[in-house]
Design a protein around this ligand. Structure first.
Ligand code: SF4
Length: 363
């Protein structure tokens, strides 16, 4: 039996938000070009599927897409900004087992400024509360951390915890997918300090899932200091993305779009076993972008479980009696930066941010 894969389906590039760190809304897809049910039927068996955008709920046939995907996927999670409350509730009535992750970028004022969505925080928060009231269990927040919202990281985690919800984090990234190349964290120690607090909160909990989330956030500190990924990246081997045009890609982190084949024109077997797909896999093997996004890290954490597992044992159990179980200064690069052995400019150069002609960040 063929191995089940981890897939992300980008159903549209249209978006109603105007996030400061993502320009995708400036290059939307046209509704008539967007992935059809016919193409979705050609996807392989998956153990996990993420549906994302743009804003997926802009597509009025999203329920039909989900219905098709459930025929081939054990678990589905939709990433959304939570704005279209009625559409989300309506879909969840039919699929109460589905996961919903709503992007909230901070407490009210910060969120609305970053996302450029009037009343976005209240809309997102109301949607989350209504989903909870309906008895939905797989519901949570997602936050992309940057200089201007890092102070809201722990308060937002606590809010999600009180509501009994998942809390997913990311840092700023640059790629073709975000139509952005100038995102960068400026004050790394300040942002890392908030991540350190979050890691310690997660380690305090009694939930093994949260201990592994702590490891993921430790990896984000490593990422914002422009270091090599903590785990290998196996995107395109057992994980894929498909975009609204039917192009199958290894991930959403590359600088330029990398295409393994097109599912509108090919069968899955043709595409997945093609020389073009092999050429992309070769590129992935020497990719130096070092992304740390849940889409590429979660499969790696499962595959190389002993690595996060040992980290959890060390921090949760061997540090059992310590009030503070984790320090960001465990990371050598954080100490080196503090001690002046490495400069901000050097870390900026190692990042994926495109610098100006003077080698400076452009924000
Ligand atoms: S590190 Fe992995 S997820 Fe990031 S761009 Fe490279 S192949 Fe894609």
């Amino acid at each position: 039996m063929p191995k089940k894969l981890n897939g992300t389906v980008i159903v549209t590039y249209r978006c109603n938000a105007r996030c400061t760190m993502c320009n995708r809304y400036k290059e939307p897809s046209r509704p008539e070009d967007e992935i059809s049910l016919e193409t979705i039927r050609k996807l392989p068996e998956m153990y996990f599927t993420n549906i994302t955008g743009g804003e997926p709920f802009i597509r009025e046939d999203l329920k039909d897409i989900v219905r098709e995907l459930y025929k081939k996927s054990e678990r589905i999670v939709i990433s959304t900004n939570g704005f279209f409350t009625d559409r989300i509730i309506d879909l969840c009535r039919e699929f109460p087992q589905i996961g919903i992750r709503i992007s909230i970028e901070g407490l009210e004022e910060t969120n609305n400024t970053i996302r450029g969505l009037e009343d976005g925080y209240n809309r997102g928060y109301t949607t989350l509360k209504k989903l909870r009231e309906m008895g939905m269990t797989d519901v949570g927040f997602g936050m992309t951390v940057q200089d201007c919202n890092a102070q809201d990281l722990v308060p937002l985690y606590k809010l999600s915890d009180e509501m009994g919800m998942e809390f997913a984090t990311a840092s700023l990234h640059n790629s073709f997918y975000f139509v952005e190349s100038k995102n960068i964290i400026h004050d790394r120690p300040m942002v890392a300090g908030h991540f350190e607090d979050l890691v310690n909160e997660l380690l305090k909990s009694n939930s093994p899932k949260k201990w592994f989330r702590a490891y993921f956030n430790h990896g984000l500190i490593n990422y914002i200091y422009s270091q090599k990924r903590l785990l290998p990246c196996d995107m395109s081997f057992d994980t894929f993305f498909i975009d609204p045009f039917g192009d199958v890609m290894p991930c959403n982190g590359t600088k330029n779009k990398e295409v393994m084949g097109n599912l509108n024109a090919q069968t899955w077997e043709e595409l997945w076993n093609s020389p073009q797909a092999e050429a992309v896999r070769k590129k992935v093997r020497c990719c130096d972008r070092n992304c740390w996004m849940i889409g590429s890290v979660s499969p790696a954490m499962h595959k190389y479980i002993w690595n996060p597992g040992w980290w959890v044992v060390r921090h949760k159990f061997l540090n059992f009696f310590k009030e503070k179980k984790y320090s960001m200064y465990e990371n050598r690069i954080v100490r080196d930066y503090r001690d002046g052995k490495v400069s901000k400019e050097e870390l900026d150069r190692r990042s994926t941010c495109e610098l100006d002609e003077n080698g400076r960040t452009q924000a």
